[in-house]
Design a protein around this ligand. Structure first.
Ligand code: UDP
Length: 382
């Protein structure tokens, strides 16, 4: 019946389904465990008429023009530059830590001295990962690096990952570098915006095609199995000779034969408040206080006229398969090695294509996913 089966209706699965339907004019079946499309990008209007992101804040930012052009087929945009403050020693200061933050946390003369040292060492507008700044020999820069490590990174990372910053892949903390600039924005990409009517509408438009069939509320294991010896895929009891695009957790597909890949999960607690605004910007990080990592107020992302507001507190936790949502791959050398073993096995299946955060065990952002899905379509699916 189908030449293409896709597991997962998240961003990677939906982009590939849309391409198969529109470019190849072929039929494709998507099997989705949840009762909705859109994966973790799913958003909806809550009872305060505010668009909220059910699985945590999703901010679109990219330097890839082709990704913007592609997504613009399915949405108009509202320009939005994300701003984050961190609550440090009773004060909310700009994050990424930048030259403005220096003046917020230190007395003027000390801030001036540290600014001179930073500008003597680094180019204006450069970005320095905290783990690199910590290697500075200069006593003042060392003092600054230790301060930022202690106040911004150490406790946040302990909450978020259950690890020290140096125990996790350096790319993770480098996502939020020390920014040698006076730019208080969280991202500096060329394109920053939110879809005018939310993310879910993008998915509805992508998947609204007679060639695309979607089965919601369906665990892939109910209809699909793989034979590890013959390297064959079975769909509804019969050998499947089409292409399987798998976007779920790779360890689950292989029945955890090498062991569980570590993920971090989150408890997301929404609160609806009787006040116009709760905080100054969309997100306030709490590295050192409380058990949640951050509070996001969605009204700042999608401006809405309402006397009420909705906020979200994110409580990170260990992940347990079958109980929790695997939000983040925990990137360490061991987990990478474990992933590589699964990947090696997966490559032996001729008609299996792995795409996405869970299947490729990568900390992809939304724009990376779209880029990767378009590439997978061209190079592997077509
Ligand atoms: N991070 C931190 N303190 C902060 C912000 C970020 O220690 O105030 C570290 C933390 O390890 C986090 C990583 O930087 O997991 C990446 O942060 P980002 O905001 O990109 O995470 P995401 O939005 O993907 O959860």
């Amino acid at each position: 019946m189908f030449d293409y089966v896709i597991i997962g209706a998240g961003l990677s699965g939906s982009v590939i389904a849309e391409r198969i339907a529109n470019v190849l004019n072929q039929k494709v079946l998507i099997i989705e465990k949840r009762n909705h499309i859109g994966g973790n990008c799913y958003d909806y209007k809550d009872e305060n008429n505010i668009i909220i992101h059910k699985y945590g804040p999703h901010l679109f930012h990219t330097d890839y023009k082709e990704v913007v052009d592609y997504l613009s087929n399915f949405t108009d945009w509202e320009i939005y530059h994300h701003r984050v403050l961190a609550f440090i020693d009773g004060k909310k200061v700009p994050i990424p830590f930048n030259l403005n933050t220096l003046y917020e946390v230190f007395p003027k003369t000390l801030a001036e001295k540290l600014e001179r040292k930073l500008l003597g060492k680094y180019q204006y507008n450069s970005k320095v990962p905290i783990l690199d700044l910590l290697k500075e020999e200069d006593q003042d820069l060392k003092f600054l690096a230790n301060y930022i490590y202690e106040k911004v990174f150490k406790n946040y990372t302990a909450k978020q990952w259950g690890l020290k910053p140096e125990e996790i892949d350096p790319q993770v903390t480098a996502r939020v570098p020390i920014y040698i600039s006076r730019d208080n924005r969280y991202f500096t990409d060329k394109y920053q915006a939110v879809p005018k009517e939310g993310y879910t509408k993008i998915f509805e438009r992508m998947l609204n095609h007679p060639n695309i069939k979607i089965m919601l509320n369906m665990d892939f294991k109910e209809v699909l199995s793989i034979d590890l010896e013959s390297k064959k895929i079975y769909f509804m009891g019969q050998e499947f000779k089409g292409k399987l695009i798998f976007t779920g957790p790779i360890d689950e597909l292989f029945e955890y034969k090498f062991g569980d890949l570590p993920y971090r999960s989150l408890d997301l607690k929404f609160e609806r408040l009787n006040m116009e605004y709760f905080q100054e910007v969309a997100t306030v990080n709490y590295p050192n206080d409380y058990d949640f990592t951050r509070i996001t107020e969605f009204k700042h992302i999608h401006p809405t006229k309402s006397e009420k507001t909705t906020i979200l507190k994110e409580y990170p936790k260990a992940y347990q398969p079958d109980r929790d949502i695997p939000y983040y791959p925990v990137f360490t050398r061991e987990s990478q090695e474990l992933y590589n073993r699964y990947k090696e096995d997966a490559e032996k299946f001729e008609n299996l294509i792995l795409v996405g955060r869970l299947a490729e065990y990568k900390y992809y952002d939304m724009d990376d996913i779209v880029e990767r899905a378009l590439e997978a379509f061209e190079k592997e699916v077509k």
